[in-house]
Design a protein around this ligand. Structure first.
Ligand code: DMJ
Length: 581
């Protein structure tokens, strides 16, 4: 590779005395030569010149466009010249041509992004520029800026961006995406964007609203997001807001059984189960503890009671829990159905993470986690055909189903985290096998993006490992696989995990990026020609997916150290309590 500052020249030397005479002589000599040509030769030359002119005019816009792009690129990466490095940057740049709703007129946005890129703090620039990870980290920041651009322009202060219709969707009316993204901006060192968002939190965000919110979702996204931002920044604004929302959510625990209701009106201070049932899902009631325990010791008692109750409940199978629990009786309902996917997933995740958060003292949590893993191995773990991928299926009244939600892909990361904190080494082996499977759920799809649910083939002689039902072909920009890649890379340093993540990021850019700003979930990961945008950017894309991409590509193990922090299920890092506590 040439050094960036080096320029190459071709040296031309003219001889002769005086420019004028020289030119005159050349003009006369050319005319003489022209006259000496035959008519056929002259016609041929004229025809060729005319043809070149026509071609030149026809390709003029493409050439100028290419020149304009290249120029912007050169301005952006002034330190990068010639060399294959340049080709890589060109590729990143040109992929924007393959956007959904490709609209070259918005390239002005790209130029702005390029400007911002120069503003990245020195620590991320300079002498790291030759490393592939530098490009990848920059690509994640680019992706975040692009998502943020859409949110800012069309959905500022609202819950979720609808990037295709350039509008927004409301769920709780609490600026969900903005709050979910706060600590991501801090970690990605996007200070300008962070400050704008902080101003909104301090001047616009009010929880004094007559609105029903879901206890679980608002805990993991809002309470978790505010608490982690407080811990990362030390700014009391975020702690005050966290206390406010935490207090307003507490009425959910006023139930006969102390198992919380699913919904709370944060303005009125009333809580209730969903309209159609008095059941809450097990994941919901057991995956709010990290946040509330962190918020206050008083709430810890209330929250720990839920875990203690669930610890003793009848209806488990080898440590696996049913998906629903009744808020009146405090008992499991819909017995006999077991999954590590939707409605149960983060119960298992929080057993381990609460044990880590509390300094590895709460042995009941660890026991339940270890027992559940044995239950997974005994009842849910199988191999696919033809490639023997290890997967986690489901059990319904004794009947095994080879169905696996993408949500289950949190498990390799959680297993690896447990092994890092001293649990048996075979947890790490299982983590690696499941990681490969989750990657294959992406790699075996035509877009390179995973569907929401897959079914594995188990019959010998199957042609491929994974089948996808028509209704399951969507991708919601979910984080679980990227999350697990991050843990696996942190603990093993095996570069393949980064390369898999890089592939996935490129495919998000190719199939879900909306040129006018934002990313969209899609309906069909099997159709690269028309993945069919759903017109929604989930808040967890900014809160989780992009954050985990960044941490995966970062070489700094102290950037959210896994010995000091534990991530909640929405990727918000909360401190591990000092051992004295
Ligand atoms: C997020 O809200 C959380 O990760 C939750 O635990 C599961 N669902 C989404 C992401 O897929």
């Amino acid at each position: 590779m040439h050094s960036p500052s080096r320029k190459e020249f071709v040296s031309l030397t003219f001889t002769g005395s005086g420019n004028y005479n020289n030119k005159q002589w050349r003009r006369q000599s050319c005319w003489r030569k022209w006259k000496q040509l035959s008519r056929l030769q002259r016609n041929l030359i004229l025809f060729t010149v005319a043809l070149m002119l026509v071609c030149g005019i026809a390709t003029y816009p493409t050439v100028t466009e290419h020149f304009r792009e290249t120029k912007t690129l050169f301005q952006t990466y002034k330190h990068v010249f010639w060399s294959s490095h340049l080709d890589r940057h060109l590729c990143v740049f040109n992929r924007r041509g393959a956007l959904i709703e490709a609209d070259q007129a918005t390239e002005g946005g790209t130029a702005k992004e390029a400007e911002n890129k120069v503003a990245v703090p020195a620590v991320e620039q300079g002498d790291h520029s030759h490393e592939p990870e530098f490009d990848r980290l920059e690509a994640v920041r680019d992706a975040f800026r692009h998502a943020w651009k859409g949110y800012k322009e069309f959905a500022w202060g609202q819950d979720e961006l609808r990037p295709i219709s350039k509008s927004y969707g409301e769920w709780f009316g609490l600026g969900l995406t903005l709050i979910d993204a706060l600590d991501t901006m801090w970690i990605l060192n996007l200070r300008e964007e962070f400050e704008e968002a902080k101003t909104w939190v301090s001047t616009e965000l009010s929880f004094n609203k007559n609105v029903d919110v879901n206890l679980f979702e608002s805990t993991i996204r809002i309470l978790g997001g505010l608490l982690s931002t407080y811990h990362l920044t030390g700014d009391a604004l975020f702690l005050d807001k966290a206390k406010d929302i935490g207090t307003r959510l507490m009425p959910a625990f006023n139930t006969p059984s102390k198992i919380p209701y699913s919904d709370v009106n944060i303005g009125k201070g009333t809580a209730h189960p969903p309209r159609w049932t008095s059941d809450s899902t097990v994941a919901e009631v057991t995956s709010i503890q990290l946040e509330f325990r962190e918020l206050s010791r008083l709430t810890q008692d209330t929250l720990d009671k839920v875990m203690q109750k669930v610890h003793k409940l009848e209806g488990k199978q080898d440590g696996l829990v049913p998906m629903f629990i009744n808020t009146n009786s405090g008992q499991f309902t819909h017995l006999g159905v077991f999954t590590l996917g939707a409605r149960a997933d983060s119960y298992y995740e929080y057993l381990l993470k609460q044990w880590i958060q509390g300094g590895q003292k709460e042995t009941e949590l660890l026991e339940d986690y270890l027992q559940a893993l044995e239950g997974v191995k005994k009842n849910l773990l199988k191999k696919s055909s033809p490639n023997s991928l290890t997967f986690v299926g489901e059990l319904s009244h004794g009947q095994f189903s080879p169905k696996m939600d993408h949500l289950v892909c949190f498990l390799p990361g959680t297993l690896a985290l447990g092994a890092h904190h001293g649990l048996p080494a075979d947890h790490m082996e299982l983590a690696k096998q499941l990681m490969e499977t989750c990657y294959q759920m992406y790699a075996q799809m035509e877009t390179g993006l995973s569907p929401e649910i897959v079914h594995f083939n188990m019959h010998e002689g199957s042609i491929r490992d994974v089948d996808v039902k028509l209704a399951d072909r969507h991708n919601l920009l979910r984080p679980e696989t990227v999350e697990s890649l991050f843990y696996l890379y942190r603990f093993t340093k095996d570069r393949k995990y980064r390369d898999w993540g890089w592939e996935i990021l490129q495919n998000f850019n190719k199939y879900t990026k909306v040129s006018t700003g934002g990313y969209t979930s899609i309906n069909n990961v099997r159709d690269p020609e028309y993945p069919s945008p759903r017109d929604k950017m989930e808040s967890f894309f900014l809160g989780e997916t992009l954050k985990y991409f960044y941490l995966l590509f970062s070489d700094d193990p102290e950037l959210v150290s896994l010995d000091k922090y534990v991530f909640n299920t929405e990727a918000h890092p909360l401190p591990i309590w000092p051992s004295a506590e």
